[in-house]
Ligand binder design. Structure first.
Ligand SMILES: [Zn+2]
Length: 312
């Protein structure tokens, strides 16, 4: 009998292991300061297994509740996030701040709103969310399948019509700072002056190569990065990759943006054709260590060329 029970226990353990999924790993909270925690998203592309949790999502434990920075790519993920936050704090999630408009930054909004959280975003961020909602849902549908069920796109219902917005929750000061369109129009920095911590949205990518899209703005991105530097943060929680500091943010993002911007500008001034510029800048060994370098680097140069050519 004892042996039989032991065998059952082993089977049960095996079963649990099989049931555990990639999200369990992602949803292990990582502490940065006494109040600040984050979940480090997968550095890979969106898959059914990682449930499109390919970005960082952070939270701040205040005396009067938890503030979440971004809400995840779906309602089902949002529910798992809520459970993971509850392992750190039994306080309610009072705020959900959207630092951007890419799918995984805001499609969990409706879940948290139903739980009583206030959704906070700048107007320009919410406008981009509304503009891209259908496209993001369609793309996610193909990846997440039934895991997208229950997800209802909900841009912040009462967005703040300003470029800077300060607010306080439970003794912690927060500031939303828009300093330029970056990866998406309306990306913002979320700054905690008392914690010397900045949540960068997609303004900073660490460990992986950032991606320039047709709607990205290289000059706005450089301005947003300069605003980030001016804050002199001690802790940088990037949009993707491990939390680090300003020096690392410069090395993996700021220097890269500057290098491709200046390189492409030089090409345009010298009347280079697109393929000549891509060829000349196609190898940047100092950034080769970044994950997805091979897929993204040349494409980034291509898109920056088209951007700067169309908007001289
Ligand atoms: Zn992103």
């Amino acid at each position: 009998m004892v042996r039989f029970l032991a065998a059952l226990a082993v089977l049960a353990a095996l079963f649990t292991t099989v049931q555990a999924d990639e999200l369990d790993e992602i949803l292990k909270p990582i502490q940065v300061t006494e109040r600040v925690w984050y979940f480090k998203g997968s550095l890979e592309g969106r898959t059914y297994e990682n449930q499109a949790f390919t970005n960082n999502l952070a939270f701040v434990v205040t005396d009067e509740g938890v503030a979440l920075i971004d809400s995840g790519p779906s309602s089902q993920v949002a529910e798992r996030v809520a459970r993971a936050v509850a392992t750190v704090s039994d306080k309610p999630i009072r705020w959900v701040i959207n630092s951007g408009s890419q799918d995984h930054r805001w499609l969990g909004n409706s879940y948290f709103a139903e739980q009583g959280a206030e959704i906070i975003a700048l107007k320009r961020t919410a406008e981009t969310q509304a503009r891209f909602a259908d496209q993001h849902m369609a793309r996610l549908q193909g990846v997440l399948k039934e895991r997208l069920e229950g997800t209802r796109p909900m841009p912040a219902p009462e967005p703040v019509d300003a470029d800077r917005h300060a607010m306080t929750l439970g003794g912690v000061d927060f500031e939303l700072i828009y300093a330029g369109d970056a990866h998406f129009p309306g990306d913002v920095l979320v700054w905690l002056p008392g914690e010397k911590t900045v949540f960068t949205s997609d303004v900073v990518y660490l460990d992986r190569m950032l991606g320039i899209h047709p709607w990205s703005d290289i000059r706005g991105w450089l301005e947003a990065f300069a605003a980030l530097e001016a804050l002199e943060p001690e802790y940088v929680i990037p949009g993707h990759g491990r939390a680090s500091d300003l020096a690392q943010a410069r090395a993996d993002t700021g220097d890269y943006l500057r290098a491709i911007h200046d390189g492409v500008r030089e090409g345009l001034e010298n009347w280079e054709q697109l393929d000549q510029t891509v060829e000349r800048l196609g190898e940047m060994p100092e950034f080769r260590h970044l994950t997805h370098y091979d897929e993204w680097h040349r494409m980034n140069i291509n898109r920056v060329y088209l951007d700067l050519e169309a908007n001289p």
